[in-house]
Design a binder for this molecule. Structure first.
Ligand code: 4AD
Ligand code: MG
Length: 461
């Protein structure tokens, strides 16, 4: 069989020849003596029109095919210049591999995203999700391509870990089932504190601390994998399981870090615009009108820069009333982040130098002793897309900060070793992969850009 993508890209090679394609029926229309099938094989966003006539032995069966049936079509490829599609296939044989009865939920009509979430096992077959998940796949490849071309080493950081990188206590604990030897307490209940072979362990919230160990060996590294957060926030931007890209670069400061983030984002967006033109045209028409202009603008202009202190002034003087009023020292809420990106800067903007009280222990203290060398990248429509920082490489300053926060030295002994043995300036960031897909496609709910969303109360499939 030949892929429909290939037929579209090399039509001339096939005109006048017999081809065999295998795919699923999108629609069937028939009159007494002939009919049309829109056939999609998943290799290309567009379908192919198959024409079939009553000279086929199984004409009646084919005319009765349901939407979703799996078939293999052999026929002659005929050019149809001036028509909606550049060619069609005149069938000489159609074999039915799998029929599809009328109770198939994906009939030809618009279904709501809420409905489609309940049939997450079928939704990749719809136009929207076919487009989203191909873009997701391409974005993932583009990220690896970007880093590999720059000689970054891909570090596989662990999923099960004893440390809480963000110190926010938003972790899922790993535990053994009683029947496979969980340690039980006096009451016969699982003793969670000791349950990972005698230790406490969680699902990772970030691969950063492990990535730092690799940066001290390879200089430029990245990790890209699933991360988990037990935050109960039921929002369109938070998932309990999401993928994160985390580069870590040695002999580098916050400025280098932001330049890397900007270069990477532009590279990935360009790659998608070039390699998924059909999907992007679809999003531009049906999901976010103007998404193409937005992205073209992003790749061709500089991101904004503002310090946290300046951002607070902008928010205080903008004349808008927020649900949460701002003051220096407060954490920025989604409404503030969106105002800055959407209404004030109208493009991606790096906010830098946040108060240390609202940021993590590992961020490098600035000379003012009040702020840290951290940055969040805010983008219109999504809010926080990236969180990063220069890391505290000075052992004494780091120890002092950990003491302030009540973190135990012995829990981080290996992390502190990185400062003792040939420590250097270094920096890194975390990019939320699903939020990137939302930004690029214009989809507005994180549940619709990850194949099987894990959000509060959702773990089927
Ligand atoms: O800002 P965060 O918490 O940063 C870190 O985890 C750092 N250790 C990263 C680093 O410097 N290596 O998370 C980074 C990004 C956020 O900007 C956001 O895009 C995404 O991860 N993110 C989430 N995405 C979906 N659902 C959630 N619950 C998310 N929490 C964070
Ligand atoms: Mg953050």
């Amino acid at each position: 069989t030949v892929a429909i993508r290939h037929l579209y890209h090399s039509t001339d090679e096939y005109v006048g020849k017999s081809v065999t394609v295998a795919g699923w029926v999108k629609t069937v229309r028939d009159s007494k003596t002939f009919g049309f099938i829109e056939l999609n094989d998943g290799t290309f966003f567009k379908s192919v029109q198959v024409v079939f006539e009553d000279k086929l032995d199984n004409f009646k069966d084919i005319a009765k095919l349901g939407v979703g049936a799996a078939i293999i079509v052999t026929g002659d490829l005929v050019a149809t210049p001036g028509q909606k599609q550049p060619f069609e296939i005149k069938a000489t044989e159609i074999v039915v591999e799998g029929s599809c009865p009328a109770e198939y939920p994906l009939q030809k009509k618009r279904h709501s995203f809420e409905f489609l979430r309940q049939i997450a096992h079928l939704r990749p077959r719809t136009n929207t999700f076919a487009a989203v998940f191909r873009v997701r796949s391409l974005a993932s490849y583009a990220i690896h391509k970007f880093f590999q071309e720059r000689d970054f080493v891909y570090a596989h950081t662990p999923i099960i870990t004893g440390s809480d990188c963000e110190g926010a206590g938003e972790m899922f604990q790993v535990t053994t089932l009683p029947q496979v030897g969980a340690k039980l307490d006096d009451q016969g209940k699982v003793d969670y504190k000791e349950d990972f072979f005698g230790k406490m362990a969680n699902l990772t919230v970030s691969g950063q601390l492990s990535a730092e160990t690799f940066a001290m060996a390879f200089r430029d590294v990245y990790t890209f994998g699933p991360t988990f957060r037990a935050e109960k926030s039921n929002t369109p931007r938070h998932a309990a399981e999401f993928w994160m890209i985390e580069p870590e670069i040695a002999f580098a400061d916050l400025e280098d870090d932001m330049r890397l983030a900007e270069d990477m984002l532009k590279f990935v967006i360009k790659y998608i615009l070039e390699n998924a033109p059909e999907e992007m045209a679809f999003f531009n028409q049906f999901v976010e009108k103007g998404v193409l202009d937005k992205l073209n603008h992003v790749v061709s202009s500089d991101f904004g820069r503002v310090t946290y202190t300046e951002a607070i002034e902008i928010l205080e003087n903008c004349g808008k009333t927020f649900e949460y009023p701002v003051h220096w020292g407060c954490d920025l809420q989604t409404e503030h982040e969106r105002f800055l990106a959407e209404e004030h800067f109208k493009k991606p903007v790096f906010v830098t130098d946040y108060p240390k009280e609202i940021k993590s222990f590992y961020m490098r203290l600035n000379d003012d002793n009040k702020t840290v060398a951290a940055t969040d990248l805010l983008v219109p429509g999504v809010g926080e897309l990236i969180g990063g920082s220069q890391r505290e490489e000075r052992l004494d300053v780091l120890l002092e900060r950990m003491a302030e926060l009540g973190l135990k030295e012995e829990d981080y002994w290996w992390y502190l070793d990185l400062r003792r043995f040939g420590g250097t300036r270094h920096a890194g960031f975390g990019l939320g992969f699903e939020r990137l897909i939302m930004y690029v496609t214009g989809m507005t709910n994180i549940r619709d850009v990850i194949p099987f969303p894990r959000t509060t109360g959702q773990a089927d499939f």
